[in-house]
Design a protein around this ligand. Sequence first.
Ligand code: SAH
Ligand code: SF4
Ligand code: F3S
Length: 482
Amino acid sequence: MSNKRKDCIISLPCLEDARKKNIDQNTIYRNYYFVDEFLKSFGIGKKYFIRTYGCQANVRDSEVVAGIFKEMNMLETQDISDADIIVINTCAVRENAVDKMFGEIGSCKAYRKNKCQVCAVIGCVCEQPDNVEKIMSKYPHVNMILGTHELPFFADNLSKLLQNNYKRLINVKSQGGSVYENFPSMRQNNYKAFVNIMYGCNKFCSYCIVPYTRGRERSRLMEDIIKECRDLVNNGYQEITLLGQNVNAYGKDLKNGSSFAKLLEEVAKLNIPRLRFTTSHPFDFSDDIIDVIAKYDNIMKSIHLPVQSGSDEILKLMARRYNSKQYKELVDKMRKKIKGLTLSTDIIVGFPNESEEQFEKTLEMVDYAKYESAFTFIYSPRKGTPAAKLNDNISDEIKHERFNRLVKRLEVYVSNYALSMVGNTYKVLVDGPSKSDKSMFSGYTESNKLVHFKCDDSTLIGKIVDVKILESHTYSLIGELL
Ligand code: SAH
Ligand code: SF4
Ligand code: F3S
């Protein structure tokens, strides 16, 4: 009999299933996970390393995985070569994020020869069949591949892998998904917290992979979210960011009268000093949400409102569900009703066959909305999405040239806003020593501007202080602590 170790393939991703629009398992599970005795003794004296790519949803997921390791009696290490377990939490939204991940898992091979017993790749990349095939054939040292829906069962999967001495374990489900409560968690920060209010996305914008990797839109119950937020307030947290791919759609699936406006108001009433939320889709941004934002001082007036394009034709091809006129009306309404509003956005350049004229509509939109901050991306085809099937007659060179032009145009407004802050005093939530200059501390204003200021008092970390702005750069400010 051969003693060759076996693979354990529980489930592989399937784009057909991921594409299904119905919610197949919208159930709330409260008692689902536990860390068994085997893992608890396995973990003693061992260390873990987690690398996180992608959005805040992934950051929060990594905090859950860290919480499971904590229950396994493991300690975190920042030195990947010293880790017994390596977890790479991946993002599939653009090809460059996927490339970075492959680079990183390539370098894990050396660690697996030494100390590392488990190299796990988890998250959105694992929901794509091609990527899983590639990992399985080219990166045999990766011995656990788990999809986003397996996060609640991370410990069960790990225990199965180790107890059975499998060569590797692959478990990726493509499904609508469920809601799980009572996650273990090790928050990365003790004054700023991310709180999921919903999972998944139903929008299916034609370029975007997220609905396929994260399943259907499903909301947590208001009472569960409020309890989590209340605990954070009681523990001294200064800032909560409510998370969802499309927070304005919160509650629609619950069909019990819950809505984002109601939830936002209830959380604001808990008196958390700073309340943020992301991401808002322009389509569902109703008046009652705007009114709640305007009403509560502790709801930050910096709102992320991705426009993606200023061209009606492109917006239609993107399946964004609004046109440029509707977006502009929304911006007008928000600027009028919300005092001190700052807007940020996401823009994609080089959607298939985007003409010069269509691109110029995006520049026009930038001039109209005068964004105080923006993220810009070059379109990246995602296999399995409708846009990836379109032929594209625009060269990379043209796309890069437009990208640079767009960034320059955005910088006019971003710099103007930064300049308008000079001489004024703002409340800054202190994060600690600045990454580039250790003699400076940094933090964020209510409008989410990064400020550096001279300070060496570490007791101020996690506190909100007054900083007078002395100098402005496009993406950051220099100030003085008052
Ligand atoms: N749910 C959020 C964020 C999704 S991903 C929203 O709808 O705004 C974050 C950003 O990545 C998107 O806003 C979009 O600008 C960008 N993005 C998504 N898919 C992309 C793709 N295929 N190519 C380039 N950028 C993309
Ligand atoms: Fe992607 Fe659109 Fe959903 Fe945002 S709303 S996650 S861009 S499909
Ligand atoms: Fe990336 Fe997945 Fe978030 S694809 S942007 S990590 S939901």
